[in-house]
Design a protein. Structure first.
Length: 392
């Protein structure tokens, strides 16, 4: 059996050596990996991501790391300098803050590896044998894409960060990618979980779309899905993302996320009511509650009734999470975190929709005033002088 990609995509075959403790002696048989780190505005997490790659029990000469950086170039170079001696191939591609996709496309074009992993720089690999496990899963399943899974919340987070992560992982968190570690290699939807691909996948699916920020990867994985390429959950591909440390960061990130989600769903025609309609409805309720009194008491009463159901659901879910985890502190912070998540996504979603409507609205030129038109008629322009010959 070889690791040749299915569905007509070509890639270099990998021999059937087992890349465990004995397989590591046969380094020439192991596939090459390119790990691309997508660094957005903040440098938070980059150091931990690089450390998790550095610790991989995999031949360093068969790992290439490329950082696509939207943050300050000097600051990124300062972080990378700490890893020049421990990561054999480490490069950076600097791009504008709103054009991460172009950097990802350059990094993929530069790579000649068998497998390409792309991860947000806020993520870190949670074991030292992720690349080895990915190689095994590719061989056993014949997958074209491997999907990551979240792990239980690790130690070292403060209480607020733990609550933020619990909110994201819950069904009310409005996350596209909240899934816990699977115990088996099963086919899955790669939408926001796809993280490692065979090199040939990029030739068939195409490039990352710069208009989809911050959903470049989700858009790419959606196109991968509709082409019929196989994606599998990889039990060994466990990751963890550093949670936001304040309500302000949640608002800023999810406001941008709401705008990106609207563009992504509009482009691809996705109409998941939970992920598309719910945040926008919450914003609509807030607006209607503000302007509700002039609409009459019965209408306002219905709005208040629906709003009370929403807040009751939030309180119940928060209480259940606090009870299951044995931490009363969660009950104090989770309701606020849920509301901020939902409202930020909703405002971003609605704002992008309004911008789209505004662009589509035709701009008509204002009619000329009668005085101006009458004046123009009363004073016609003088006739143009006759053309003069150049020989005159």
């Amino acid at each position: 059996m070889t690791d040749e990609i299915t569905n007509g995509i070509e890639s270099r075959p990998v021999k059937d050596s087992e890349p465990g403790a004995s397989g590591m002696d046969q380094r020439a048989d192991l596939p090459f990996f390119t790990v691309i780190l997508a660094q957005r505005e903040s440098l938070a997490g980059l150091d931990q991501a690089l450390t998790s790659i550095q610790r991989q029990e995999y031949p360093s000469e068969r790992i290439e790391v490329i950082v696509v950086a939207c943050a300050q170039a000097g600051a990124v170079e300062g972080v990378l300098s700490n890893y020049k001696n421990s990561i054999a191939s480490l490069n950076v591609i600097n791009v504008e803050s709103n054009d991460l996709a172009s950097g990802l496309n350059k990094a993929v074009a530069k790579s000649g590896a068998d497998y390409i992993m792309i991860m947000e720089a806020s993520l870190r690999l949670m074991s030292d044998h992720v690349l080895t496990d990915c190689t095994d899963t590719f061989k056993r399943t014949g997958a074209n894409c491997l999907c990551r899974s979240d792990v239980e919340i690790p130690d070292g987070l403060n209480m607020f960060e733990q609550a933020v992560e619990q909110a994201r992982l819950s069904f009310m968190g409005q996350s596209l990618s909240a899934i816990h570690a699977p115990s088996a290699e099963v086919e899955c939807d790669p939408l926001s979980l796809g993280m490692v691909w065979r090199r040939g996948v990029f030739k068939k699916v195409g490039e990352f779309d710069s208009k989809m920020s911050p959903y470049e990867l989700a858009d790419f994985n959606y196109r991968l899905k509709i082409t019929g390429l196989k994606s599998f959950l990889a039990p060994g591909l466990k990751t963890f993302s550093q949670p936001w440390s304040s309500l302000g960061l949640i608002w800023k990130s999810l406001l941008k996320g709401g705008r990106g989600r609207f563009r992504f769903f509009r482009k691809n025609g996705i109409s998941d009511s939970r992920l598309v309609i719910a945040p926008a409805l919450i914003v609509a309720f807030i607006v209607l509650l503000i302007i509700g009194p002039p609409l009459g008491d019965p209408f306002l009463g219905w709005l208040q009734f629906i709003a009370s159901i929403y807040f009751a659901a939030i309180m119940i879910v928060s209480a259940l999470i606090a009870y299951q985890k044995g931490k009363v502190e969660y009950f104090l912070s989770l309701p606020v975190i849920f509301v901020v998540r939902h409202v930020a996504l909703g405002f971003g979603f609605v704002r992008e929709w309004l911008d789209t409507v505004r662009v589509r609205t035709p701009q008509t030129a204002p009619p000329s005033s009668p005085e101006r038109s009458g004046s123009a008629a009363a004073h016609p322009a003088p006739p143009a002088p006759p053309n003069q010959s150049s020989s005159a």
